[in-house]
Ligand binder design. Structure first.
Ligand SMILES: O=C(O)CCC(=O)C(=O)O
Length: 303
């Protein structure tokens, strides 16, 4: 991983008594949140946002398919592209490898990827400290650190006829990486819900919902919000007119970018050349695509 090079303090400033954490708290004089949830408006400063935006311009997100030759769709499903382009840091959980899913789905799912740029390293140190100050030790697994980042690009797909198809949403799911997950949002705000689900037959009930605003930090952890409830993004506003052009992807109009930081135990992250033959075959094409613009992926392919 890259290390901070001095433009940002190498360690977050110590918290004073008055700015210290409140259990399950949030900022901005809003009503306090239940244990397990943190929400901080304007957590990312204008300078930090500018640095992250400059970094995003260097990335070439890809559009993955959900299934592959060695992981074909189950009987009731069809092959399909994901709803949005993505980029992963730390390790890449290719959709066709079925994502990290302990206790059984551990190996051949998380492929070593590029490290964080200094600005994200810096923010992650601060966020990890906040987690340790806020959550009970039982909710922070041994060795927990935010070594994995999924960057999701939300917006409209643009058809050949120029018609826009809004796919700025995520269906209900759980993140199975152990411990708290931290999420940073940019652009238009998103309507985010935690839901209880009784399966596909009945409607899910929203248990807690909130808007995730530009430059905000959300953290969810603990049994209720991380293990028991599902979460989803219902919709993304189009009020502020924010738009983020993507390198090489022209049939998509991005209006929100979200980073979710998670923890995958380091021993479950596999370099490309050590994957099983089937997993290698399934992701070879994606690795080649990534290598077109990344020395890191070029090097991984050459091993
Ligand atoms: O975009 C968001 O706010 C949430 C993303 C999410 O649920 C996920 O990446 O698992």
């Amino acid at each position: 991983m890259f290390k901070p090079k001095g433009r940002f303090p190498s360690k977050p400033a110590p918290r004073s008594a008055s700015t210290g954490p409140k259990k399950g708290g949030n900022d901005g004089g809003e009503k306090s949140l239940p244990y397990g949830l943190i929400y901080k408006q304007n957590y990312i400063s204008a300078r930090e946002k500018a640095e992250i935006m400059a970094y995003l311009k260097t990335l070439y997100p890809i559009w993955e398919m959900r299934y592959s030759k060695n992981n074909p769709p189950p009987e009731n499903q069809k092959q399909r592209p994901l709803l949005r382009p993505v980029y992963w840091l730390g390790n890449w959980q290719f959709a066709c490898l079925n994502y990290y899913h302990p206790p059984k789905g551990i190996y051949n799912r998380c492929v070593t990827a590029e490290g964080y740029p200094p600005i994200l390293e810096y923010l992650i140190q601060k966020i990890e400290a906040l987690v340790h100050d806020t959550y009970a030790p039982r909710d922070i697994p041994r060795g927990w650190h935010l070594n994995t980042c999924l960057i999701n690009y939300y917006g409209d797909q643009i058809g050949e006829d120029g018609k826009k198809n809004d796919c700025a949403r995520v269906g209900e799911h759980k993140d199975f990486e152990p411990g708290p997950v931290a999420s940073i949002s940019f652009g238009e705000r998103a309507f985010f819900q935690f839901v209880s689900s009784q399966g596909t037959e009945s409607k899910s009930n929203a248990v807690f919902q909130q808007w995730l605003e530009d430059s905000s930090l959300q953290i969810f952890g603990g049994d209720k919000f991380k293990k028991h409830l599902f979460h989803r993004v219902q919709r993304v506003d189009r009020k502020s007119g924010d738009s983020f052009p993507l390198n090489e992807i022209s049939n998509f109009e991005t209006r929100r970018i979200n980073f979710t930081f998670r923890y995958v135990p380091d021993e479950h992250i596999t370099p490309f050349h050590r994957l099983s033959a089937e997993a290698k075959e399934d992701v070879q094409g994606y690795m080649e695509k990534l290598a077109e613009h990344s020395d890191f992926f070029k090097e991984e392919l050459s091993k």
